[in-house]
Design a protein around this ligand. Structure first.
Ligand SMILES: Cc1ncc(COP(=O)(O)O)c(C=O)c1O
Length: 320
């Protein structure tokens, strides 16, 4: 596994889709181990883990891309890795698929929340709350990483992404030719979108970061922003999604969107975030009258498709 390629510049590809031009920032091509935005969010740790650390401790969804990327980070650095989840679904245990199986191959120790010290059915505490408490009890030799890499340390790598985007925009002379430039990326914790927007604001560049909430609603996303940056003028613009989606659930229209993108652009996007991202940005370009150029950031996540596709095939066989 090589680290030097993690941080090299990713290409930008022009596509024509549903009558509009989009520029796709191919962060999915950055590195096979640190898919897309994980390469950006965890770049800091590639260079800055203290030598006294012996273990990485993380938590989140069993399907999360960060599970695999953290396992890769630990493997690369010769560290142990404990990752806490709500539960491990029996079908996944021996499937050999997706982020879960690949993380185990890299030595991840995946632990259900019932094994956490404060876990007690009666308290009914969720994983996030349990981990907040548990992280306080960890020794200095453990490096605790927030769910989805939501942390100020993510700013380090996201700024490099911002710089690459600004360089491209400057080469295209878009700032001289248009009143603004739009960057679109769907949000989970919103960390990537937030640090991008705040960097452009600090550089006083007329670059608007557009996003949409894929995990929870807009209020949840704003809550996530406020935990990292209090200055609201540095927050991205949240575009509405067409209906209330539940993260990780399967929607026929999402699969159709994903398939149509694949057929028309020959780019495979992720099935968890990108269908909602494209739906929102297409609605925006068709209805806003804003003709500024748009760069859509492909944030990787394709290993997750290995488990999403069989689920879609089981639920909507007619779509295949
Ligand atoms: C493929 C993909 N897209 C989007 C996101 C959302 O990123 P963020 O949590 O920074 O909003 C993630 C999660 O990190 C992801 O893996």
């Amino acid at each position: 596994m090589k680290t030097h390629s993690v941080l090299s510049t990713s290409p930008i590809q022009k596509v024509h889709y549903q009558g509009f031009d989009f520029y796709v920032k191919r962060d999915d091509l950055l590195n096979p181990y640190f898919s897309g935005n994980k390469a950006r969010k965890f770049a800091y740790y590639l260079e800055h883990i203290s030598p006294s650390v012996t273990k990485i401790v993380g938590y989140g969804s069993i399907q999360a891309n960060s599970l695999y990327s953290l396992a890769a980070l630990a493997h690369l650095k010769g560290l142990k890795f404990d990752y806490y989840v709500d539960r491990i679904p029996p079908w996944l245990l021996n499937s050999g698929l997706g982020n879960y199986a690949k993380a185990i191959e890299l030595g991840a120790n995946i632990i259900e929340k019932r094994f956490l010290p404060e876990s007690d059915k009666k308290t009914g505490l969720n994983l996030d709350t349990l981990m907040r408490g548990f992280s306080q009890t960890l020794p200095n030799t453990s490096l605790f990483i927030q769910e989805g890499g939501r942390s100020v340390s993510a700013e380090f790598g996201v700024h490099q992404l911002a710089q690459e985007l600004a360089d491209f925009i400057s080469q295209k002379r878009w700032i001289e030719r248009y009143s603004a430039v739009n960057i679109m990326l769907p949000a989970g914790t919103g960390t990537t979108a937030l640090f991008l927007q705040s960097w452009f604001k600090k550089q006083q560049l007329p670059i608007n970061v557009l996003t949409c909430a894929c995990v929870g609603d807009d209020t949840y996303l704003e809550q996530q922003f406020s935990e990292l940056k209090v200055n609201k003028s540095h927050w991205p613009t949240i575009l509405p999604t067409q209906k209330k989606y539940h993260f990780g659930k399967l929607y026929a229209e999402h699969f159709k969107q994903w398939k149509s993108l694949l057929d028309n652009t020959q780019i495979e996007f992720d099935l968890l975030y990108d269908p909602a991202g494209w739906e929102s940005i297409l609605h925006y370009v068709k209805n806003s009258g804003d003709d500024s150029p748009i760069i859509y950031i492909h944030q990787g996540g394709l290993i997750g498709n290995e488990t999403m596709l069989p689920r879609y095939r089981r639920k909507f066989p007619d779509l295949f």
